[in-house]
Design a protein around this ligand. Structure first.
Ligand SMILES: [Cu+2]
Ligand SMILES: [Zn+2]
Length: 243
């Protein structure tokens, strides 16, 4: 009898120890080989291969452990195809959450600034997954917060001058009103443009740290204050990269 009890207690302690170890592992930042690691999950990829892909891309964890976490979480089958990017500090829990939410990296935007900090040149490259041959509303939004998963947490259009919504080349416009993105037949976009009314790195018109949103529908440049461009299908945060 005594032996049974101590055996059971021993077993319970062992189970608890494993649970605690697993919990702390999924919530501990993973070591990355670079500042950002990117993986493209193709439709139909098995959770095991997804785990393998992250490790190959530079996430320094055991692919087996990562896969077991996907499986154990019960969400392995909810992982969505797409391009994902993680930065240092991402935990296994955060990584899985990103792929289940479909929080994709749709765009890379580079801001190249002049000495005056007054000109803006955005380069949107490699944006896939847009509706082919369609215009998509594109704006800088007030908050650099994509946490809600549907882009709503990024707030309204960036509007430091208190103007109405309008086309990017008109005088009456939000500073954050950008030209619509015209997707090609493959749903890709590659666009460059210049924009007045914003600044990089200082002042009220500073766009660093603000949100960048791609919408499902075209912007009519008339409806106030949104342009009526529908759901927010991609959300990013503008960051400044010194080179
Ligand atoms: Cu918008
Ligand atoms: Zn606007």
């Amino acid at each position: 009898m005594k032996l049974w009890i101590s055996l059971l207690v021993g077993l319970a302690i062992a189970v608890a120890a494993v649970a605690v170890a697993a919990w702390s592992w999924v919530n501990r930042p993973m070591e990355l080989a670079a500042d950002a690691v990117e993986v493209s999950v193709e439709p139909g990829t098995s959770p095991r291969d997804v785990a393998q892909a992250w490790v190959q891309a530079g996430v320094k964890v055991s692919p087996r452990l990562l896969f077991e976490w996907f499986r154990w979480s019960g969400q392995a089958r909810k992982i969505r195809a797409g391009n994902y990017e993680i930065a240092r500090g991402t935990t296994p829990a955060g990584l899985l959450n990103k792929m289940v939410r479909g929080d994709e990296t749709l765009a890379t935007v580079r801001l190249i600034e002049g000495w005056t900090f007054s000109q803006f040149r955005a380069e949107l490259a490699r944006a896939e997954g847009l509706k082919p041959n369609q215009d998509h509303g594109f704006h800088i939004h007030d908050k650099g917060d994509c946490s809600s998963g549907d882009g709503v947490s990024a707030g309204g259009h960036f509007n430091p001058a208190g103007k109405p919504h309008g086309a990017h080349d008109s005088a009456e416009r939000h500073a954050g009103d950008l030209p619509s993105l015209k997707a090609d037949a493959a749903g890709r976009v590659d666009v460059k443009f210049e924009l007045a009314g914003i600044a990089v790195g200082s002042g009220a018109a500073d766009v660093v740290g603000r949100g960048l949103i791609v919408h499902a529908m075209p912007d009519d440049f008339k409806t106030q204050p949104t342009g009526n461009s529908g759901a927010r299908i991609a959300c990013g945060v503008i960051t400044r990269q010194m080179s």
